[in-house]
Write a protein that binds this ligand. Structure first.
Ligand code: GLY
Ligand code: MN
Ligand code: MN
Length: 361
């Protein structure tokens, strides 16, 4: 299998001689640092990974050096800021052009690099995103396990519902269930909404109480070996009304249209259009107010691909995407169904396997 370094440099195609992944404080750690070093632990504040075509060299503090033991990377340890500058200078000065992941480098991180490196810097963020978008076998295994865990939790949710419970209580129960099913924790703060609040796609759960006839929307995911899952299920607490049922079946049919269109070579915006036209052909026209899906991996929104009207690319074998159509009616409620798939040559393989039929609790 081609190494990640080799794949990145074939995409960079001579634009840079080395790529520097520059971390700052703990809220500005670039996920690419662990992607290219394969480190499983460590935070790596203030560290730099110089990713070359064949090998990666990490400049880090004593604190983090033990997290790099046994990995196929060169390690240079600094104690003081002066030592950091000297080490970075001696590595970077071998190169004419250093590629950077511009959206992730802070101004402070850039200044630290430029103190020791006077050459040219270029943005290689698109090439890095393209490299990350196609997952290797090991990544697909980890995402697959993360998705199976989240699916088991989704199938337990109907059993967690009781009249009068709050959205926050359900968020807490489903987060606990993620740990119980083998996850390292939630991949993002869960969205849990009841009744009218299900019409708000990025809702934050609160004190609203569950009552008979409510739609219940849960959007959550777990982490497994640092890889995310992302799943949404919508249930009805009690017997579904005719309108709720039509809303649910419309969104489900939209998702199925998307599944049918996904395969290597398919255009991102065509898949979105196929799903959108199903909803727009019904009484719920115009109620699908977000994109169809996004890449999934180390991050929940893992860069490309972008399944939306703005999508400009085509799918490739090994990409992992979410497929999450929804329809939302202000003051009434909404339905979203979200699953995760891996793109294959002739179609896609579903990684989440929770029940997708309408569940009345
Ligand atoms: N939780 C937001 C999303 O599904 O993308
Ligand atoms: Mn989601
Ligand atoms: Mn999603």
């Amino acid at each position: 299998m081609e190494s990640r370094n080799a794949r990145l440099f074939s995409l960079i195609d001579g634009k840079a001689d080395v790529v520097a992944i520059v971390n700052s404080g703990d809220s500005h750690i670039d996920h690419n640092f662990k992607y290219f070093t394969n480190a499983k632990s460590g935070v790596f504040e203030g560290s730099i990974a110089f990713v070359g075509p064949k090998k990666t060299t990490v400049v880090t503090s004593q604190l983090e050096a033990s997290s790099l033991k046994g990995l196929d990377v060169n390690v240079k340890v600094f104690g003081t800021r002066k030592q950091f500058e000297k080490i970075v200078g001696s590595i970077a000065s071998k190169y004419k052009t250093v590629g950077l992941n511009f959206p992730a480098v802070t101004y402070e991180g850039f200044r630290r690099l430029k103190k020791s490196f006077k050459g040219k810097t270029v943005d290689v963020s698109e090439e890095i995103a393209k490299c990350r978008a196609v997952k290797d076998r090991d990544e697909i295994r980890k995402i697959g396990e993360s998705c199976r865990i989240a699916s088991r939790v989704a199938d337990r949710i109907p059993g967690m519902l009781s009249e009068g419970m709050t959205e926050s209580q359900l968020a807490s129960k489903l987060s606990m269930a993620l740990y119980e099913e083998g996850s390292e924790g939630p991949s993002f703060s869960p969205i849990v909404s009841f009744g009218k609040t299900t019409a708000i796609p990025h809702y934050f759960p609160g004190k609203l109480k569950l009552k008979q006839g409510d739609l219940v929307l849960t959007d959550f995911g777990g982490m497994y070996e640092m890889y995310c899952s992302d799943i949404t299920r919508t249930y009805v607490f009690g017997k579904a009304s005719e309108r709720q049922r039509r809303l649910y079946e419309t969104v489900k049919a939209s998702q199925e249209a998307a599944f049918s269109g996904i395969k290597a070579g398919a255009s991102e915006k065509d898949i979105d259009a196929a799903a959108r036209s199903v909803i727009d052909g019904t009484e719920f026209k115009g109620r699908f107010i977000h994109g169809l899906g996004h890449g999934l991996g180390r991050q929940v929104h893992d860069g490309g691909p972008v399944l939306s009207p703005r999508g400009t690319g085509t799918l490739e074998v090994g990409m992992v995407v979410t497929v999450e159509p929804g329809a939302y009616i202000d003051g009434y409620g909404g339905v979203r169904i979200e699953d995760d798939v891996v793109v294959t040559k002739s179609g896609c393989r579903l990684l989440t396997d929770a029940k997708r039929e309408l569940t009345e609790v």
